[in-house]
Write a protein that binds this ligand. Structure first.
Ligand code: CMP
Length: 150
């Protein structure tokens, strides 16, 4: 089923010049970019985004890190896009992520793991709405669409 997912390139991914690398991997897979922006996430927005992790030992460090520099927000669309992006990203801890994934190839730690992506359809809807207005999401045809859906 065609669905949309939210992705954020975290401050380490931006700082290490991996924006293009990340976008390139999703594009090569066949996903379609339908939303894109760059910002330093405010503490309030970070706390809303990561509310489910409040109380975890890593929470304070996570909020500190995610608000520490520019980040890139994206919405990607495609056949089972949520699962596709999660596979491309690899396991949360870069040390456990398979080689061939973004985190497995490019990262060394659990906190500085280059990208965040939605883990389920409800999360995707919530995260997309948190970072994008409907008018900032683009509906446009691509000529290879027929080869990229079930
Ligand atoms: P993300 O997909 O952005 O969702 C929550 C983030 O918290 C996760 O990626 C990691 O960056 C971070 N995280 C989760 N568990 C830990 C941990 N044990 N130590 C440090 N950071 C963590």
């Amino acid at each position: 089923m065609i669905e949309r997912t939210f992705v954020m390139v975290k401050p380490d991914g931006v700082g290490r010049r991996f924006i293009g690398e990340v976008i390139g991997r999703y594009e090569a897979k066949g996903l379609k970019l339908v939303g894109l922006k760059m910002q330093i996430v405010s503490r309030a927005l970070a706390e809303t985004h990561y509310a489910e992790h409040r109380g975890q030992p890593f929470y304070a460090g996570l909020i500190e890190f995610i608000t520490s520099g520019p980040t890139v927000q994206m919405v990607w669309e495609g056949e089972d896009a949520i699962a596709a992006v999660r596979k491309l990203n690899g396991a949360t801890d870069c040390r456990e992520a398979d080689i061939g994934t973004i985190r497995g190839d490019l990262g060394l730690t659990k906190q500085k793991n280059i990208v965040h992506a939605s883990d389920a359809r409800e999360t995707a809807e919530r995260e997309i709405a948190l970072y994008f207005q409907p008018s900032e999401l683009w509906d446009y045809p691509l000529p290879d669409a027929a080869w990229l859906q079930e």
